[in-house]
Ligand binder design. Structure first.
Ligand code: B12
Ligand code: SF4
Length: 478
């Protein structure tokens, strides 16, 4: 080990997000908070040298020097993370894995790392690093159930190149959600007790950055209404515009919705998921009422809040007519940016367990668990119908006619709405190119990653395109 501890933090990407370019020169994604958060948590006394690599915008140097590499893993990037881990471990570098996938299925990650962190890392990551520096690294560190998010250092956004992102004004106030939707990773990974940063720390972070526009990555900002009220009231004096995620329940609570509007909210992402009550009920999301969906759009628009409305296809009540029906609804209701995904049973979720018990999981190649591939046997249609129907919905919603009809209703500025719609249109018409790869689940094994392969145009260009889109990238959020 060198005198200074050399730590490299990597956010690996599935092939989908390794492609760059697209219609915009700059990656129009916002800066993710994971690496800045982990970097800030590194104890000062270790005097560590820290390098962060977000593979969505930069290549990983396979010859890099480090004492320890930490990688954040979501299911869609697990294959890549494990491959990188193998490479670096063969070179004698200690590899630590953490993040949503590791938390959901720790035993899947464990063999691929020298150590893993299960759960949130505010306490365990510094502990792990101190142990490592003392030559006493343990194989697994697990978040304490009593973790409290107060008093930790604010994320260090200087560890990533600001110029490569649309914005670095990305914030987090809460973690977790009180609901229990069967397809969602949140209750399975982190339980149903939401954690919150003290409101004054969130405000201090926004002030420190002098942010005029803020993106909140919180999965459900209104999970705890009491906290939400305190947060939104504290945002009013900042006079910012902000974008975030909430459940549809927000629109049933008009005083809270009015407060959200007064606090500067200009865009929300909501998971509508399905127009079928049976789908919603069967998947523990009965509080979403399709009869209210149009009213939700109207209530948001009346308050100048744009909506990214997300739907999933392939739940058990879906039949081949679901795609056009849903896309038509999205256009007619005036959803500013509709998004469609194929339902993904992430390992560790109750949906995954049910489908596995019914012998309907078709592949455990995690790279295909990206919301774009069919990885299970649907009940009301064939795999191909589901795959193609999703594309059809995107193309319908982002046809010129579809865009024009939705633009007429948007509260966002015309130029911004057009820009975001153009980004999504580009994506909608090239979905097959953005699929993680040109192989599918029924082929035996993924081809090995070609490290020297040229970088191709990319979906980053539409991930988080413009402030109307919060781009949480998960259609299942909120
Ligand atoms: C920003 C974001 C993105 C960004 C960047 C992703 C990234 N890896 O950072 C982009 C736009 C690229 C993206 C893409 C996708 N995303 Co995304 N994304 C998010 C989002 C909104 C915020 C992440 C964040 O900054 N969190 C704040 C930080 C501080 O929390 P954290 O990442 O959990 O990290 C903490 C712990 O987990 C732990 N930890 C995490 N990593 C590590 C690593 C080490 C070494 C250690 C010690 C600890 C540790 O420590 C941190 C502090 O406690 C989350 C939702 C959320 N709010 O977390 C979804 C989320 C991560 N995405 C998700 C999904 C599903 C996707 C997509 C598949 C969606 C899609 N259909 O396109 C794609 C992935 C495609 C692919 N194959 O690459 C899921 C992951 C589920 C899963 N099982 O994989 C999440 C959880 C949302 C959800 N509710 O489902 N996403
Ligand atoms: S889908 Fe949304 S509402 Fe349901 S548990 Fe996940 S974050 Fe909460």
């Amino acid at each position: 080990m060198s005198e200074r501890l050399r730590i490299v933090l990597i956010s690996p990407k599935g092939p989908l997000y390794r492609r760059r370019g697209g219609i915009f020169k700059q990656s129009l994604r916002y800066m993710p908070l994971t690496l800045p958060t982990l970097a800030a948590l590194i104890p000062d006394e270790l005097n560590a040298e820290v390098v962060c690599v977000d593979e969505g915008i930069a290549d990983v140097d396979l010859d890099l020097d480090a004492d320890l590499i930490g990688m954040t893993v979501i299911t869609g990037t697990a294959v890549r993370a494990y491959e990188l881990a193998r490479h670096f471990r063969q070179r004698g570098i200690t590899v630590v894995l953490g993040g949503p996938h590791v938390t959901l299925v720790p035993d899947d990650a464990q063999p691929n790392a020298d150590s893993i962190v299960v759960g949130y890392a505010e306490e365990e990551w510094p502990r792990l690093l101190r142990d490592f520096a003392e030559g006493d690294l343990r194989p697994r560190y697990t978040q304490s159930p009593t973790l409290d998010l107060a008093g930790f250092p604010l994320p260090d956004r200087n560890v990533l190149p600001r110029s490569r992102y649309l914005t670095a004004d990305v914030f987090e106030a809460t973690r977790g959600c009180t609901h229990n939707c069967s397809f969602c990773v949140v209750p399975s990974a982190w339980g149903r007790k939401p954690l919150q940063k003290p409101v004054e720390e969130v405000v201090a972070d926004i002030r420190r950055r002098r942010a005029r526009r803020a993106i909140f990555v919180d999965l459900n900002l209104i999970a705890d209404k009491q906290y939400a009220v305190q947060l939104f009231e504290a945002l009013i004096p900042l006079k910012i515009h902000w974008y975030g995620l909430a459940t549809t329940l927000l629109c049933q609570d008009l005083p809270l919705l009015d407060l959200v509007a007064r606090s500067g909210c200009r865009g929300l992402l909501m998971g509508f998921e399905s127009l079928s009550r049976s789908n919603l009920g069967d998947n523990q999301k009965p509080f979403n009422n399709p009869d209210n969906f149009r009213q939700i759009v109207e209530r948001l628009h009346e308050r100048e809040i744009s909506l990214q409305g997300c739907f999933v296809f392939g739940l058990d009540d879906d039949t081949p007519d679901v795609f056009l029906e849903t896309a038509r609804f999205a256009v007619e209701a005036g959803i500013d940016l509709p998004r469609f995904a194929i339902v993904t049973p992430f390992p560790g979720t109750s949906l995954y367990e049910r489908l596995e018990s019914e012998d309907r999981i078709l592949t455990k190649n995690w790279e295909l668990y990206d919301g774009q591939h069919v990885v299970f046997q649907p009940s009301g249609m064939s795999v191909e119908q589901l795959q193609q129907g999703n594309e059809m919905a995107w193309k319908y919603a982002y046809s010129w006619g579809g865009i024009a009809r939705r633009l007429r209703k948007t509260p966002a500025s015309w130029s911004l709405a057009l820009l975001t719609n153009m980004g999504y249109r580009y994506y909608a018409h090239r979905l097959h190119k953005f699929y993680t790869c040109d192989w599918t689940f029924d082929r035996p094994a993924p081809p090995p990653i070609d490290w020297a392969a040229p970088i191709e145009p990319d979906v980053n260009a539409i991930q988080g395109v413009g402030p109307v889109s919060m781009s949480t990238a998960s259609e299942q959020d909120g």
